[in-house]
Ligand binder design. Structure first.
Ligand SMILES: N[C@@H](CCC(=O)N[C@@H](CS)C(=O)NCC(=O)O)C(=O)O
Length: 218
C-alpha cells in the first residue's frame, strides 16, 4: 500500500492531512507552494488538471477533491478503525455532511477569504487562482459571503445541538468539518452565536491529532 499526498501549507489540503493522521496512515508527502506557482506547473497539471491541492495517489490511482478523498479514505481504512460508518444509513449521513461542507461551508469561506485584505489571516494567497484583485472587490460580495457563512453555521449549530459529534460518535466527518471551521476561526469568524459548534469544536480539539494541529498553527 502506498499513498503519495500533494499538499500546500495552510490550505484545503489540511483537511486531508488531518484525516490521514486520524487514520494513522503512512504517506509520502509532496509539498507545493501555491504562491510560487507550483500548483500551476505543467507537471502538477498532469496530476490534477484543476491545479489544486489536496491530491492523493493511492496504489497508482489519482484522487483529487478533498471530499472525495475523505470519503474514500474513510471507507477504505476508517471502518475497521471505527472512524467511519459501515455501509448503511449512517454512511449516507457521512456523505451528506462531507459533500455539504465542501459545497456550502468551504464555498462561503473561500468567497470570504477572497474578499479579505491579502495580509489578513486565512485570506486567499496572491498567487492563487482564487485571488481577486483588490480593485475588483465589492462590499456586496463580502456581505453575501458572510451571510452564506452565517447560514452554514446555523445549520451546523442546529445539528450539533442534538449530538456530541456529527454522526454521534467521533468520525473523520468531524475531522473534515473541523478543519473548515478552524479556517473560519482563523479568519476571525465569531462563534458566539453558535454555541453548539463552539462546544463541538472544543470536544474535537481534545483529540490529540486536532489539538496538535491547532497548536502548530499558533
Ligand atoms: N474543491 C477543492 C478545493 C481545493 C482548493 O481550492 N485548493 C486550493 C488551496 S485552498 C488550491 O490548491 N489552490 C491552488 C491555486 O489556486 O493555484 C477541494 O476541496 O479539494
Amino acid at each position: 500500500m502506498s499513498i503519495t499526498f500533494y499538499y500546500a501549507p495552510m490550505s484545503t489540503s489540511s483537511i486531508t492531512e488531518a484525516v490521514l493522521a486520524e487514520l494513522e496512515l503512512d504517506y509520502q508527502g509532496v509539498e507545493l507552494d501555491i504562491d510560487a506557482g507550483d500548483t500551476q506547473s505543467q507537471s502538477f497539471l498532469k496530476i490534477n488538471p484543476n491545479a489544486r491541492v489536496p491530491v492523493i495517489i493511492h496504489d497508482g490511482v489519482t484522487i483529487w477533491e478533498s471530499a472525495a478523498i475523505t470519503l474514500y479514505l474513510g471507507e477504505t481504512f476508517g471502518v475497521e478503525k471505527a472512524l467511519f460508518p459501515a455501509l448503511g444509513p449512517s454512511r449516507g449521513e457521512a456523505m451528506k455532511w462531507v459533500v455539504w461542507s465542501n459545497l456550502n461551508l468551504a464555498d462561503a469561506a473561500g468567497k470570504l477569504a477572497a474578499q479579505l485584505s491579502p495580509e489578513a489571516p486565512g485570506a486567499v494567497q496572491k498567487g492563487s487562482q482564487d485571488f481577486v484583485a483588490v480593485e475588483l472587490r465589492r462590499p456586496e460580495a463580502l456581505v453575501k459571503a458572510k451571510a452564506d457563512m452565517h447560514r452554514c453555521f446555523a445549520i451546523l449549530n442546529a445539528a450539533l445541538a442534538q449530538r456530541r459529534f456529527l454522526l454521534n460518535q467521533y468520525s473523520i466527518v468531524d475531522t473534515h468539518l473541523f478543519v473548515l471551521v478552524a479556517w473560519a476561526l482563523f479568519m476571525e469568524w465569531d462563534l458566539s452565536a453558535f454555541p453548539h459548534v463552539d462546544a463541538w469544536f472544543a470536544r474535537c480539539i481534545a483529540r490529540p491529532v486536532l489539538g496538535a494541529m491547532m497548536s502548530d498553527d499558533q
